[in-house]
Write a protein that binds this ligand. Structure first.
Ligand SMILES: [Zn+2]
Length: 77
């Protein structure tokens, strides 16, 4: 297998993509929708990180609020 035409990295013959830069190495690979290509996967993951963290933070805040209300309602006086 020749080196990657895009970044020049050494490639394995079994690879359909360069694992370093995501360049498609076969025509079959080039035909695969870009959504599942490595560089696209990384971009999607980084876009999802902030909403995911906000969701986790809101979930934690909601759980804390539930615990606080339960303690306020049911704690012995
Ligand atoms: Zn490459």
């Amino acid at each position: 297998m020749p080196p990657c035409p895009s970044c020049g990295a050494a490639l394995e013959t079994s690879w359909k993509f360069c694992i370093f830069c995501g360049t498609a190495l076969t025509e079959d690979a080039a035909a695969i929708p870009s959504a599942i290509r490595p560089e696209q996967a990384v971009a999607v993951r980084s876009q999802l990180d902030i909403p995911l963290l906000i969701g986790i933070a809101l979930g934690a805040a909601g759980a804390a609020l539930i615990v606080y209300v339960a303690i306020a309602l049911f704690a012995p006086r």
